[in-house]
Design a protein around this ligand. Structure first.
Ligand code: 6GU
Length: 248
């Protein structure tokens, strides 16, 4: 998978991309991430990337030319054997569709992604209409730019690329893949400041432990994010458990 990020603030990506999952994915040559400065695609002396809005109003608007040229430059080096349909051009904007595990899974299936970091004051609408194929928001709050959102999206997407996570960790069991929040976890010591780890986890009885994990995940989800249960497959006894919890 190849991901190109277009931004006015490439230095924001330096530290995140050189640690953790990003580094691991690049080191293993599973994902190649390139950060490009939109300003490098301007032609004037002042390297102008924004301008006043037609019709007036507050703030500056990102000009279309550098963004079109940057995307076209990236597209032009797509190898002929690669399908152009395998490319998605994503604009990060608070006006986009709300990001979710489902969307991360969707994006992880493309071999090429171009992420454009928008800025809240705005971007010329022709970029949206004629260049971008998808618009994503990471939540109902306003960030000053799309950079942090792009990092969130890239993290969530690349960990789904086969081989990026170690074999031990599987994204199949993640919260939001099963539709349930994760169950509580413990490590040594078995008693800390008088607080004991639940007995069942020390029992060595794998069937009992699996049952407890599942039950705890259902309880936790019912208590914290009951709306997630609408989309989850629960057994009838699990449904009963949820109804019991909702009465209290
Ligand atoms: Cl993608 N961009 C900005 N600027 N703010 C956001 C966002 C994106 N998602 C939530 N808030």
């Amino acid at each position: 998978m190849r991901i190109d990020i277009l931004t006015l603030f490439p230095q924001m990506f330096q530290s995140p991309l050189s640690s953790g999952i990003f580094k691991r994915a690049s080191d293993r040559k599973l994902v190649e991430i390139t950060v490009r400065n939109i300003r490098d695609y301007t032609h004037d002396k002042h390297r102008t990337v924004d301008d006043y809005p037609y019709g007036g109003g507050a703030g500056m608007i990102l000009k279309p030319e550098p963004i079109f040229e940057a995307v076209e430059a990236i597209k032009s080096d797509i190898r002929p054997e690669e399908e152009i349909g395998a490319l998605q051009v994503v604009l990060l904007t608070p006006q986009g569709r709300l990001f979710s595990q489902q969307i991360a899974l969707e994006l992880s299936r493309y071999s090429r992604l171009i992420l454009i970091c928008g800025h809240y004051e705005g971007i010329d609408e022709r970029v949206r209409e004629h260049l971008v194929t998808d618009e994503i928001s990471i939540g109902d709050y306003v960030l000053s730019g799309g950079e942090l959102a792009a990092m969130v999206v890239v993290d969530a997407v690349i960990r789904l690329v086969p081989g990026v996570l170690g074999s031990a960790a599987s994204p199949i069991d993640d919260s939001h893949t099963t539709g349930l929040l994760e169950y509580p976890q413990y490590t040594r010591p078995s008693v800390y400041r008088g607080w004991a780890v639940p007995e069942v986890l020390l029992s060595g009885n794998h069937a009992q432990i699996a049952k407890w994990h599942r039950e705890q995940a259902v309880i936790r989800t019912a208590e914290r994010r009951p709306e997630l249960l609408d989309k989850t497959n629960l057994t009838s006894s699990e449904r009963q458990l949820v109804e019991q919890l909702q009465k209290h």
